[in-house]
Design a protein around this ligand. Structure first.
Ligand code: KIV
Ligand code: ZN
Length: 387
């Protein structure tokens, strides 16, 4: 099996469902262009039936984006599928993403239907979508809580009906990584013709397992990961694009590749955060403000001696200029003199103890010492200073 994993970005659809973070057409086009520059394979541009504005956004993205596949979401409903097809008809590579719930929870209490009827609806949806486009992705909503035997029957039926990609969402973020991986493996082992379609992961982060589950899916045969920039999305969000990409790139045990230009990860993270008005938590992996910041004395000393003592990736690889040595009351002498040197200032050896003490007093008071604070401290306390 080929080890290339397709990156399906759904920032503009599932990601944009964050309350208060909806995007207008112009904003969506800007992000879609940045996603194209990032090298994603598929952009899920929106849910065209949901509103006239989203229809227009999907249409504009379909017209403006050339390399990635442009995908539109629909329910397994005739009008939805026709509207999705209309919105993406000018795309260079159009895809319709259609499907419905397959867990007993969804079948009986949401769809008020039966297992048999759900299979019929899924098959009819795929067949209709195939009349408009060659590339049809089927999603089995809440597959995470769907029993594997029935899930395999559903997937078997939609593959036969012409689905080219089968999406196995852990919609509620419920699965454990091993359980999700086994689910994918069960499909690989029990669905005839599965080797001719792409299996996709689509994991939510309700228990903080979206990234781990997506990787487990790939290790068991999935070759597409659905994810969002910064892991944004409804509730606790979706699988974070930057995390899965860097796991596959950095981990020596994993043979998988993607087309992502990783140097774009931080710039696009900032773009999405700013456009959505959704701050990124400082300790977020890869793109958080503290992802390459070292503040404790022991770590700082280690990083100054050799960056790899405390970093498993080069910040430049993900678009961050350099690691930062931040000055707090937990910082040591090595960090202080490193930062002073960076300012181009020399502290005579006989004054270094006093400067360090003054620095600790200041750091205890103000918590984070900036370059400006440091310059002021030196000009006030260095006997020999002309600063
Ligand atoms: O989480 C989910 O199940 C979804 C589907 C609509 C693909 O977002
Ligand atoms: Zn989702």
């Amino acid at each position: 099996m080929d080890n290339k994993v397709d990156i399906f970005d759904t920032t503009l659809r599932d990601g944009e469902q964050v309350p208060g973070c909806g995007l207008n057409k112009e904003e969506k086009i800007i992000i879609a262009r940045a996603l194209e520059g990032l090298g994603v394979d598929v952009i899920e541009a929106g849910f065209p039936i949901s509103s006239p504005g989203d229809f227009e956004s999907v249409r504009a993205i379909a017209e403006n984006i050339k390399n990635p596949t442009v995908c539109a979401l629909s329910r397994a409903v005739e009008k939805d599928i026709e509207t999705a097809a209309d919105a993406i008809k000018r795309a260079a590579r159009p895809r319709i993403h259609t499907g419905l719930g397959t867990s007993d929870q969804h079948i009986f209490t949401k769809l008020k239907s039966t297992r048999e009827k759900v299979i019929e609806r899924g098959v009819a949806a795929v067949k209709l979508a195939r009349k408009f486009v060659e590339d049809v992705e089927f999603y089995a909503e809440d597959a995470g809580r769907t029993d594997n035997e029935y899930l395999a029957q559903v997937i078997q039926a939609v593959v036969k009906a012409g689905a080219t990609v089968v999406n196995i969402p852990d919609t509620t973020g419920y699965c454990l990584p091993e359980e999700y991986g086994q689910k994918i493996k069960y499909l690989v082992d029990h669905v005839d013709g599965i080797e001719n379609v792409t299996i996709s992961t689509h994991c939510h982060n309700d228990l903080g397992l979206a990234t781990a589950n997506s990787i487990a899916g790939v290790q068991n045969g999935a070759r597409q990961i659905e994810c969002t920039i910064n892991g944004c999305g409804e509730r606790a969000g979706n699988t974070s694009l930057e995390e899965v990409v860097m796991i596959m790139r950095k981990h020596r045990w994993l043979p998988y590749t993607t087309n992502i230009v990783t140097e774009q990860l931080n710039p696009i993270s900032r773009l999405v955060s700013k456009t959505m008005g959704m701050p990124v938590q400082p300790n977020k992996a890869i793109v958080g403000a503290n992802a390459f910041a070292h503040s404790s004395g022991i770590h700082q000393d280690g990083v100054i001696k050799n960056r790899e003592n405390y970093e498993i990736m080069d910040p430049k690889e993900v678009g961050v200029d350099e690691s930062s040595i931040v000055l707090t009351a937990r910082s040591g002498r090595a960090a202080l003199s490193y930062r002073i040197k960076k300012l181009g200032i020399e502290v005579p050896a006989e004054e270094s103890d006093t400067i360090y003490e003054k620095f600790l007093e200041l750091a205890d008071r103000i918590k984070l010492v900036s370059d400006q604070d440091l310059k002021e401290l030196l000009s006030q306390n260095l006997a020999t200073s002309s600063h």
